[in-house]
Design a protein around this ligand. Structure first.
Ligand code: MN
Length: 486
């Protein structure tokens, strides 16, 4: 999936008090910083030096332009010198883009011989950025603050992560979700207020008839299927002779993709309870679409479908997931789904297999079977609390599956949740986290927290320090705070 060429605007803060020479130095230094960040090779998008703010009008003009520029995914401010913050009030009050306050300094250390009052007047981020920080706090503007030297790798990587979250916000505001059928009957957690979701996250969630998909499937030609089968053969090992069944999945994939592409949708949901006219529940069809970056949610779960697309935008090794069953002795959760686990999680080349499906009454569907990779990750869940959305993120450690499970006919991932299985599950359940999640190796809690802040939704993080007692208090206080806030 092609990523839009988002830009980030670097805006320095200063004033006319210091004279032309100092202002020239400020601009030159900021350009060096921007150049070095771009050349680090660590940033996912380009930063553009825009200007040094010296007046209220100047600040307002830049921010208004940023607001109206679709390619601008956020602003980064730094006060090399002191920039009196009343001149930023009108500008920041109207800011609609994500904001990173980068609290840095041109020089890493204090040069003993060189330092005099001229030096002090130029290198004063230490107090210039405090004035800037105050006005951010006073205006209650959501913002990210990162402090450290601009040449440091860890600082550049943190900026890179924030940029991914900020760009994901822009991506999210343009995201369209295609629903085939409604939610699985009687399920609560997959429901939600689509008006609130569109207002906060930008997601346009609409439905199309399964019958229209079946018509589209019937139009797919043999040569289109041949071409996709060639891709399947290149990407996956075939562990079945039932080629017709796999070809039927290819037909489904081509038709779903055509329908999504014609409506500019980057995520979809369907349900095994509404497959009217379809012979198989999409298995590989859905898995191979997720590999390409499309979001997906089973059982009509359009929230997790859209969240999957957003998290895949932030980091490709992200996938729709479901907690299925536990190993209580070893503190492990086994995650899988009926069929639809994304091959971006695979530790090995996925195998194409055909097995009966215990649920529903359709033909045996072809699916990809594999083991998930080991490594650090998160699981994330978005739930509708009635009046607001809550994003719950839990740190996890994925492990190589401890058993071979030769009779399990689906892809599987095993992980140890933080702080441990029992406490982690207690906290997850207290917070109302769904059984459907997005599992990601590439996104972390800081990125998701940044995303939640930008989108103005509640964020709950279950980590190595979380206890049910503290979480219960936090949830109680958050609930009151969000009711007052919205
Ligand atoms: Mn499910």
């Amino acid at each position: 999936m092609e990523k839009k060429n988002y830009k980030f605007w670097f805006v320095a803060g200063s004033q006319f008090l210091y004279g032309e020479e100092t202002l020239k130095r400020v601009e030159a230094d900021c350009k060096i910083i921007v150049d070095a960040l771009n050349k680090s090779g660590r940033l996912p998008f380009e930063i553009i030096y825009r200007d040094t703010v010296k007046t209220s009008d100047g600040a307002e003009k830049i921010i208004k332009n940023a607001n109206y520029d679709d390619d601008c995914a956020g602003i980064i401010t730094f006060c090399h010198t002191f920039s009196p913050s009343k001149m930023w009030i009108n500008a920041l009050a109207s800011l609609q883009k994500p904001w990173l306050h980068f609290h840095t300094q041109f020089n890493r250390t204090i040069p003993n011989e060189e330092i005099d009052m001229d030096y002090m007047n130029l290198h004063q981020g230490a107090h210039g950025d405090r004035e800037h920080g105050f006005i951010g706090a006073r205006l209650r503007k959501p913002r990210k603050v990162i402090m450290g030297h601009w040449q440091d790798e860890d600082i550049q990587l943190r900026i890179a992560k924030w940029m991914k979250s900020a760009a994901a916000a822009a991506f999210s505001r343009e995201l369209k979700v295609m629903r085939f059928g409604d939610n699985m009957r009687e399920v609560a957690v997959t429901e939600g207020d689509k008006v609130e979701v569109q207002l906060k996250l930008g997601w346009e969630v609409n439905t199309w008839p399964v019958g229209a998909l079946v018509e589209k499937m019937n139009e797919v030609s043999d040569s289109e299927i041949d071409a996709l089968m060639e891709e399947y053969h290149a990407l996956y090992d075939f562990n079945t002779d039932d080629i017709e069944t796999v070809r039927y999945q290819a037909r489904e994939e081509i038709a779903i993709k055509k329908m999504m592409d014609s409506e500019n949708c980057l995520a979809f949901s369907n349900t095994f309870q509404d497959l009217y006219g379809m012979k198989q529940l999409p298995g590989i069809a859905t898995q191979d679409l997720m590999r390409q970056g499309y979001g997906y949610g089973g059982e009509g779960d359009w929230k997790v479908a859209a969240l999957t697309a957003v998290m895949k935008f932030m980091g490709e090794h992200s996938a729709f997931m479901e907690d299925y069953t536990y190993d209580l002795e070893n503190g492990i959760s086994l995650g899988a789904h009926m069929l639809e686990v994304c091959p971006s999680l695979a530790a090995e080349k996925p195998k194409v297999e055909v097995h009966p499906l215990g649920i529903g009454d359709r033909e045996d569907p072809a699916r990809l079977v594999f083991e998930g990779k080991a490594g650090k990750g998160i699981v994330a869940s978005l739930v509708d609390m009635g009046g607001r959305l809550r994003l719950i993120v839990q740190d996890i450690e994925c492990i190589k599956p401890t058993q071979s499970m030769p009779n399990l006919p689906v892809a599987r991932v095993m992980w140890k949740p933080a702080p441990n299985l029992a406490t982690g599950a207690e906290c997850w359940i207290l917070a109302g986290g769904a059984h459907h999640t997005v599992l990601s190796y590439d996104c972390d809690a800081e990125m998701m927290r940044d995303f939640a802040r930008i989108m103005d939704i509640e964020f709950v993080h279950i980590n190595k320090n979380t206890t049910p007692e503290e979480l219960e208090k936090e949830l109680f206080l958050f609930d009151i705070a969000w009711k007052l806030k919205n």
